[in-house]
Design a protein around this ligand. Structure first.
Ligand code: PEP
Length: 248
């Protein structure tokens, strides 16, 4: 039985004050509405400590939007997995398409980040997804296979079962153009076939313009175990509405 998981990626938004208020808003609603679903928020690193405090004793988990592939040392600007764990993170997003596109992160760097995060006790949230050009050229599954294989070659298949894989078509992120439930299901079912023996244990989630309006239909799909939510996670009510739908 895979526990539904909804993750909020706050990206580079908000202030210290608004992050604390948002965390309090999420925490105060969550315990009342959602028992069977797991919720995680990923604020900007500089607000992690404040958000951890604001979440207090609530069941809402904490994650980072990125993590260094290195454990420590002369890597100016990087934040290590141990530092994130020390601040209370249990998860770290690796390979978000914005990092692949804006900072040229390669699949092998993403695999190294995955390995370091896991070694230091963080559950990696591995993002994979095709661009619109890939989809139009019928390359969606080939792109996904390459992105997953790079990680499997580094950490082995077994390591994937305790991680999260998020299918995030690049064309759906921040565009309002959500993948159809069939499109998302097709790719997530394919990802499950790549995960070997423990595939049934691995939580696979969808991300890309998920909102309170479209989440329920997505969650009806067999291989969609939750969502990675960007824009809608910046509003406590909307994020909670999505969490509630994941539970049903
Ligand atoms: C994301 O940042 O991973 C994301 C899916 O964003 P949005 O929900 O805004 O499309």
């Amino acid at each position: 039985m895979r526990r539904p998981l909804v993750i909020g990626n706050w990206k580079m938004n908000g202030s210290r004050h608004s992050s604390v208020e948002l965390a309090k808003g999420v925490a105060s609603r969550f315990d009342a509405i959602a028992q069977e679903v797991e919720a995680v928020v990923c604020p900007p690193d500089v607000f992690l400590a404040d958000v951890a405090l604001a979440l207090g004793g609530s069941a809402v988990g904490l994650g980072a939007q990125n993590v260094s592939q290195f454990e420590s040392g002369a890597y100016t600007g990087d934040v290590s997995a141990s530092m994130l764990a020390e601040l209370g993170c249990s998860y770290a997003i690796v390979g978000h398409s914005e990092r692949r596109a804006c900072y040229g992160e390669t699949s092998s760097q993403v695999a190294a980040k995955f390995a370091t995060a896991q070694r230091k006790g963080l559950a990696p949230i591995l993002c994979v997804g095709e661009t619109l050009a890939d989809r139009e050229a019928n390359k969606t599954l080939a792109v996904i296979r390459e992105q997953i294989s790079a990680v499997v070659e580094t950490v082995g298949l077994g390591a994937l079962s305790s991680a999260i894989v998020a299918y995030e078509p690049v064309w759906a992120i921040g565009t309002g153009e959500v993948a159809s439930p069939d499109q998302a299901q097709e790719v997530l079912a394919f990802i499950r076939t790549l995960l070997g023996e423990k595939a049934d244990e691995t939580r696979l989630i969808y991300g890309g313009s998920v909102s309170a309006e479209n989440a329920a239909q997505l969650f009806e799909q067999e291989d969609i175990d939750g969502a990675l939510v960007g824009g809608a996670s910046l509003h406590a009510e909307q994020f909670m509405a999505i969490c509630q739908m994941a539970e049903m």
